[in-house]
Ligand binder design. Structure first.
Ligand SMILES: Cc1cc2nc3c(=O)[nH]c(=O)nc-3n(C[C@H](O)[C@H](O)[C@H](O)COP(=O)(O)OP(=O)(O)OC[C@H]3O[C@@H](n4cnc5c(N)ncnc54)[C@H](O)[C@@H]3O)c2cc1C
Length: 386
């Protein structure tokens, strides 16, 4: 906020990826859904920079986070170099990182680092070979990331002995509007529910991709579909149309090719308790629990997941990159998705920007505290203050 990022003091309490308007606070990780809501009193922790004319997925809150931060660096006189493609690290014979080797329009450019190099080049979601070797579940489905997430920073670290962790961890979004999801029943290829539909959609994605072989269908009745479709949303393109419609559960499961009786049993069990507003099986919030009535529809959500990788070089609390020996590599720091960050154990919206900005700042402070040698090369002994 000191750098000019504005958070409007208003709360948006609807299911969704991002508030459609300029509200500054929301639930962003399933804090208000089972199982977390039963063990910890839920508080909304998703902070969204204020923005008008939002177009989520193209220009949303992230833009309004970066704009003031970039303007602040410019006002402080920080020199920026553009159109540079970083290729490798320049390393002294004693193992100290003293610069980078880059290209600009095909020409080599060498940048000398007086105090250190901070890697912040994103994930390896777009490096097919690395994804195949480490996180094959998202092979062919990179999402919420950019093509520059080619794993280069991770390879640069590995090339000088950086240890890595959680290379198989991934964020996995689920591409269907949460306004529909909360109002329906999410079932797998056996017609069975497997997760409460009102939780964070990234958890739905992980549960579907990791444990249900990416097989998912949303079963919803007409009234709930109409209500969900008419709700305020930040992602109208995710308000999907039904794939199958039928007069009852028996016909619907036949249309969907599910085993006879499987979906009927699921709906019968759900409706029995929903009549009292409860969901003892999976703990969906009573606010969203209603029996399914009348004509039914199903939306085909098979393969509707995608995401980015969360593993990379190990770093310490000062964002120093750690060698396989456990010692920090002199002069090398890293932050964000090119490291093994805090979200590797379970991703929620905000933990990526939070991880990158918090440890990016730590990396900058650590690098700035490196002592300079008289000839301008960082001294290993002067590593970050503790
Ligand atoms: C639509 C969308 C919505 C999202 N919503 C959220 C959200 O709500 N909350 C959240 O926490 N996260 C969200 N994310 C994810 C978040 O934006 C990213 O995870 C985060 O920006 C990663 O930060 P980073 O610094 O590691 O990488 P980036 O922000 O991707 O920065 C890496 C930079 O390095 C550059 N680069 C890469 N390789 C090279 C090279 N060789 N030479 C020079 N430059 C290079 C890239 O061009 C890029 O500019 C969202 C992402 C998308 C796309």
């Amino acid at each position: 906020m000191d750098a000019g990022v504005v958070f409007k003091e208003s709360f948006w309490g609807q299911p969704g990826w991002e508030p459609p308007h300029d509200d500054g606070l929301m639930y962003s990780g399933g804090e208000n859904a089972a199982p977390f809501s039963t063990s910890i009193s839920p508080a909304p922790r998703g902070h969204v920079p204020q923005m008008s004319g939002k177009n989520t997925g193209k220009q949303g809150g992230g833009y309004m986070l970066m704009k003031p931060l970039v303007e602040t660096t410019q006002a402080l006189g920080v020199r920026a170099e553009y159109d540079l493609r970083v290729q490798s690290l320049v390393v002294e014979s004693d193992g100290r990182v003293v610069g980078i080797d880059a290209t600009r329009y095909g020409k080599d450019v060498y940048v000398k680092a007086r105090r250190g190099v901070v890697l912040a080049m994103g994930s390896f979601a777009f490096n097919e070979e690395m994804v195949r070797a480490n996180a094959p579940r998202i092979l062919g489905r990179p999402a919420a990331s950019i093509e520059a997430h080619d794993g280069r920073a991770i390879q640069m670290g590995q090339s000088i002995g950086a240890a890595t962790a959680h290379m198989d961890a991934t964020e996995d979004a689920f591409f269907c509007d949460p306004q529909l999801l909360v109002r329906g029943l999410l079932v797998n290829g056996r017609g069975q529910r497997y997760i409460n539909e009102d939780t964070y959609p990234g958890r739905l994605g992980q549960a579907t991709l990791f444990h249900q072989e990416n097989q998912a269908f949303l079963v919803i009745d007409e009234a709930a579909f109409e209500e969900g479709s008419a709700s305020e949303t930040s992602s109208p393109e995710l308000l999907m149309q039904p794939t199958w419609v039928a007069d009852n559960a028996a016909e619907l499961e036949a249309e969907m090719g599910l085993s006879a009786g499987s979906l009927q049993a699921t709906i019968e069990q759900y409706n029995r308790f929903a009549a009292e507003g409860t969901d003892p099986l999976l703990g969906k919030n009573p606010k969203w629990v209603k029996p399914l009535h009348g004509a039914l529809a199903a939306i085909d959500l098979r393969g509707r997941t995608g995401g980015f990788t969360l593993g990379g070089p190990k770093t310490d609390a000062d964002s120093r990159v750690l060698h396989v020996s456990g010692a920090p590599i002199p002069g090398l720091f890293a932050a964000g998705l090119c490291t093994s960050g805090v979200c590797a154990g379970g991703y929620a919206s905000g933990t990526s920007l939070g991880d990158g900005s918090f440890f990016g700042r730590r990396a900058g402070i650590s690098a700035a505290q490196q002592a300079k040698s008289p000839d301008g090369i960082a001294m290993a002994q002067g590593a970050a203050a503790h």
